[in-house]
Design a protein. Sequence first.
Length: 191
Amino acid sequence: MSDGLDRIDKISSSRIGSCVLFSVVFAVLVALDQVFKMLIVNNVKGPGSVTVIDKFFYLYYAENTGSAFSLFADKPWGIYFLSGVSLVLGIVIFALMIIASKNNMKLLAFSFCLLSAGAIGNLIDRFRLKYVIDFLRFDFGSYTFPIFNFADICAVCGTVLVICIIIFGSKYFESFWNLLFAKRKTENADR
């Protein structure tokens, strides 16, 4: 009997530990995003640009009132719409991270951690400044890739990781999907 309780305690503490670990990683990623943006404001905003690799990579101060590729930047209501979307997505994805980490699905939890940190990192800027600070600029000849920031990197990496999990680990993702909706299936079956 004691062995069974010890096993339950270990499983429970490892699940809590996993949730705490991913929550800490989330907080660190959001904090890093804000620190990078603060450094850019303090060191790059004045000159506007710092060359890292000539004719290719620059630290470039930009205020983005829109989303990716400045979508909704010209709309007065755009910042509020994007803030609402970021808030909802950030919370939902954070909850998915907790569910995945509680069920020992660490790769999926990490991908949700990245996605949520990206959404919340930019949300903080939108609430605080009414725009997002972007600062990574890459030029490819005459083409300038849209300027982005650390939060965007987190969101993109998290998205790519989720897509890879869905494509290459379909059974893994399917088990997570079933975990999310298993309760509803059993409730509907009982009726």
